[in-house]
Ligand binder design. Structure first.
Ligand code: ADP
Length: 470
């Protein structure tokens, strides 16, 4: 019961508790009421039947005596079967005058018998029975008034009444016993309901506190709810959610650290170069041109990085609205190849293109960007005078585009991670890449409902496969 004092009355616990308690109270009260009612009805019915049977037998004997005008015998019968207070017997003549009674002291005080329940009806040849107050008392009595008829002639009326006092006393005792049992049952039900309601509301409360902790950034907590029901499954999902949030938080931190690192390098390079120019390098034309070139390269790298970051951010947030156009795969790849031609010539890399004439749906500029990012890598990593091959073919309901180079390939360790943001196989990060190219390509392809995979045999080159819906 200590627990009950702590209940907040608008909580789930309180509502469950109140519902259980109300249902058990209602159920037990209805049952107790029904038991009492049937007990009362059964008693009344049997007493009434007893009265009927007794008066049938007695009225025959009284009829005999009345026919013989033997009033003494009538009186004897009445005295024999009547009992003080409990059973009262009266016999009236056809005019309603009292002939004899088992309770003469009381009856002497009654002047008009017509007012007594059942007498008038019986004098009119009707059987009357029911419950009424005692003739001069307030006790409830069960009575029956029976006309005594012989050969169609009314000889008189027999009225018998029995007290209900003992029964009512007994019945009151039963009511109190049942009431006591009811209170005890409800009390026990309250205790059990409290436990039961707590077993359901406690996990909800624990999950609420867990959600609050997760909401305030504590992702390391774990929920341990050992119930094999929906709550258990909900706890499992909440744990999964917290794990996912923890990993997203980790990714966010890593992303911020990478962005600041990637931006710091070109900025400090520019700063150092500008300082060198200011402190005399500008005087030497050759040095000055090299330094200006450095400033230009680093600025380009920064703006490329910022553009990539913006692209990635938009793709991640889903704010980039992809156009849905009919695209010819062949012309898309031709555009990518044209854009890469000057670089290929500089690096002495040749290209073999074999693309089927396939039509697909999508955003041409975005898909071009994805192709360029992969092609750029293939050219960048190709050995001098080697060949990059691009093929495009139909595979069921998909278009498969393969870009294959003959460079050093990608090690087994790097292969699963190359699509991650900022992941680069160049530990010194001196190259032009920032590790965003493949991450952007993957998001673009996935936004088109496609997929992108890489395979490689180190030393023999790498193959990137883009799979797009036709
Ligand atoms: P980056 O801008 O650094 O090139 P990417 O996301 O495009 O970043 O590539 C991620 C990593 O995968 C890079 O470090 C790159 O070295 C490696 N990579 C990508 N394509 C190839 C390839 N064709 N051959 C070898 N390594 C590759």
């Amino acid at each position: 019961m200590v627990g009950l004092a702590r209940i907040k009355w608008n909580s789930i616990h309180a509502k469950l508790f109140a519902t259980y308690l109300m249902l058990t109270t209602l159920g037990t009260t209805l049952m107790a009421g029904y038991i009492l009612w049937s007990f009362h009805a059964y008693f009344m019915r049997t007493r009434q039947t007893d009265l009927e049977n007794w008066t049938v037998a007695l009225s025959e004997s009284v009829a005999d005596a009345l026919q013989e005008q033997d009033l003494q015998r009538v009186d004897l019968l009445v005295q024999r079967y009547g009992a003080p207070e409990t059973v009262t017997l009266r016999v009236f003549d056809p005019k309603g005058r009292l002939l004899t009674t088992s309770s003469p002291e009381v009856d002497r005080q009654i002047a008009d018998w017509y007012k007594i329940a059942g007498v008038r009806e019986a004098l009119q040849n009707q059987l009357a029975q029911g419950i009424t107050k005692g003739v001069l008392s307030t006790d409830d009595r069960l009575y029956i008034s029976r006309p005594i008829i012989r050969n169609g002639q009314l000889l008189g009326v027999l009225r018998m009444s029995i007290t209900l006092k003992q029964f009512q006393r007994q019945f009151a005792r039963v009511i109190w016993t049942i009431f006591g049992t009811l209170v005890l049952t409800i009390f026990l039900c309250a205790l059990i309901s409290d436990r039961f309601a707590r077993s359901l509301s406690k996990p909800v409360e624990t999950m609420r506190n867990f959600a609050i902790r997760v909401g305030s950034g504590h992702f390391d907590d774990k929920l341990a709810i050992r119930q094999s029901n929906e709550l258990d499954r909900l706890a499992l999902e909440l744990n999964r959610m917290s794990e996912r949030l923890a990993s997203l938080d980790q990714e966010r931190r890593a992303f911020l650290a990478n962005v600041s690192h990637e931006l710091r390098t070109p900025i400090s390079n520019v700063q150092v170069t500008v300082e060198a120019l200011r402190s005399g390098a500008a005087e030497e034309p050759e040095l000055r041109d090299r330094f200006f070139q450095t400033v230009e390269d680093e600025t380009k790298r920064m703006s490329q990085l910022i553009r990539d970051l913006l692209d990635l951010g938009r793709l991640e947030a889903g704010v980039t609205q992809l156009e849905q156009q009919n695209i010819s795969l062949r012309s898309l790849i031709e555009r990518a190849v044209r854009a890469m031609e000057p670089r290929m010539q500089t690096l002495g890399v040749s290209l073999a293109v074999d693309v089927a004439d396939l039509q697909l749906q999508g955003d041409p500029e975005r898909l071009l960007q994805a192709l360029l990012n992969i092609l750029d890598n293939a050219i960048k990593h190709s050995l001098p005078n080697s060949q990059v091959s691009i093929s495009g073919r139909k595979d069921g309901k998909h278009a498969l585009v393969k870009i294959q180079d003959k460079g050093p390939g990608i090690s087994e360790k790097d292969l699963p991670r190359i699509f991650e943001q900022f992941y680069t196989t160049d530990p010194s990060r001196k190259g032009s890449g920032s590790g965003l190219g493949l991450a952007i390509a993957k998001r673009i392809v996935e936004a088109h409902g496609g997929s992108i995979t890489a395979s490689s045999t180190p030393g023999y080159g790498a193959t990137f496969t883009i799979c797009l819906l036709l």
